[in-house]
Design a protein around this ligand. Structure first.
Ligand code: OAD
Length: 249
């Protein structure tokens, strides 16, 4: 076994209370584009034109058309072996929390239950007037922008945009879970967007081991206890499969 994986396996198998933090990389093998890198969304689209409150105020239809096209990709996407391995971990461990920056809903689709969607969900829409939130799985949405059935206000995606503050209660839940855990596993995130970018260091400061899985080096690589270079859909099942077989022995 390669050294990084061996260490990661040792840490995953000896942990009882695990927090997993995921980014767009975990869904890349499901065909959902990441944000940064060669094929990243932000290389072809300007986030200031599409993912800010100002952009939505200026042209809600344009912003919705972009989100509608992303929802179409997500609706056809299936969870990959990385998502399922995380679900298996949740079943095996005494305590488990998943923090995801992803808005695609694939962790739920894979059966993971204790999920904090720190950036919200593309399957929820929120009224800009009365703030009513509802689930919406229509693809495409017939009328853009959709209107609130309670007050007639314009509905927006219930995701966190650039320039917006993540609800404090959500951040508190993440920090509490990290404080209680005995391992933080960080998967498929570039580690450049706060507050998640600092969560590895927060865990380290509380002397929790941190394992990272990514196809490339991130700002945290080298600071963590193990960094495994590889695709999450290939590495995660290896870690969890070994763990499952160990429990059977
Ligand atoms: P990024 O696109 O910034 O980073 C994706 C990471 O996944 C990179 O580090 C890749 O190397 C890695 N990666 C790609 N394919 C992988 C694979 N198969 N296995 C493992 N790793 C892989 O995405 P995030 O870090 O999630 O926020 O971005 C954070 C936030 O920035 C997003 O939630 C979004 C964006 O702006 C908002 O929209 C608020």
């Amino acid at each position: 076994m390669e050294k990084g994986i061996a260490k990661a396996y040792e840490l995953v198998s000896s942990s009882n209370e695990i927090v997993v933090l995921t980014g767009a990389g975990i869904s890349a093998e499901s065909g959902i584009p990441t944000y940064r890198g060669q094929e990243g969304l932000w290389r072809n689209y300007d986030p200031h034109e599409l993912a800010t409150p100002e952009a939505f105020f200026k042209n809600p239809k344009l912003v919705w058309e972009w989100y509608d096209s992303r929802r179409a990709i997500m609706k056809n996407a299936k969870p990959n072996p990385g998502h399922f391995a995380i679900t298996a971990l949740e079943k095996e461990k005494r305590d488990f929390t998943l923090i995801t920056q992803n808005v695609d809903g694939l962790h739920f689709a894979a059966g993971t239950r204790n999920v904090i969607e720190i950036h919200g969900s593309l399957w929820e829409i929120k009224c800009t007037e009365c703030e009513k939130i509802e689930k919406n799985y229509q693809v495409p949405i017939p009328e853009l922008p959709p209107k609130c059935d309670a007050c007639g206000g314009v509905m927006r995606p219930n995701t966190v945009w650039f320039g917006e503050i993540i609800p404090m209660e959500r951040i508190d839940r993440c920090l509490f879970a990290i404080e209680q855990c005995d391992l933080l596993l960080i998967v498929g995130t570039s580690g450049v967007v706060e507050p998640t970018a600092s969560m590895g260091l927060i865990a380290k400061k509380s002397e929790k081991p941190v394992v990272e899985i990514n196809i490339e080096i991130t700002p945290g690589t080298g600071l963590y206890d193990a960094s495994v270079m590889g695709k999450s859909g290939e590495i995660l099942p290896l870690l969890v499969e070994s763990e499952t077989s160990r429990n059977r022995m």
